[in-house]
Design a protein around this ligand. Sequence first.
Ligand code: FPP
Length: 255
Amino acid sequence: MTARPERIQDVSQAAGEERPLPKHVAFIMDGNGRWAKSRGLARTEGHRRGLEALRGVVRHAGKIGVEVVTFFSFSSENWRRPQQEVSFLMTLLRRFMQRDLSELHEANVRIRIIGEREDLEPGIRSLLEEAESLTKDNTGLTLVVAFNYGSRDEIVRAARKLSLKVAAGELTADQITEDAVSEALDTSGLPDPDLLIRTSGEIRLSNFLLWQSAYTEFHFSPLNWPDFDETAFDRAIADYCGRDRRFGGLSAKVV
Ligand code: FPP
């Protein structure tokens, strides 16, 4: 792993202990609309600036040695938004997958997409699949884009996959373990998030990574997503580094 930036090291040393950086950080990028409204701009401008913030966070994550970042880009409930906003979000995804792909590939970034693909327009679906396939052997940062994603939907799809295997005689009911469920989810093979950051002061999970965040630490930032920069990211990581993760056991300080 690359050397940690001094600011983060300082925080963990001040707490008297070296705590590892989070391997996997997940983001709920909330507040794009409010950011735009407070400036008299269209909501779509908030999303456009939100994509710029995402780029900055990806760069910073790679620099400080985070291994996986996951962004909640479009939820399975976001189809309920006005048609014009939905199609702008599709355009942003298309732009991101077309314009940023070669730069991400050169930076050794591996792209993974989670969410239901069936409902997506075939053109978008193939862009997502091309990005995954082009970058699949990259060994640097893993960038997970949650698109048309809903955690309950993901769990239902996993349950169906497992039940089909049972019906086909490939799996017994006893073999449905926590590991088997994890492997049947879209996030199969990825570590669970250590830290989940939600911006804009909202304090809820909104159907994001419900299974995967069983032991995740949460950080709620008051900033709207377009204002979430490197300093805010460092602050969230420093907050995480000061937490005592027990995973249902006892604190290392107590034992
Ligand atoms: C929530 O803010 C944000 C979204 C629904 C979209 C997030 C998308 C991006 C930041 C850019 C797209 C990224 C990719 C990779 C295509 P909100 O609109 O609900 O904000 P509000 O609560 O203030 O209205």
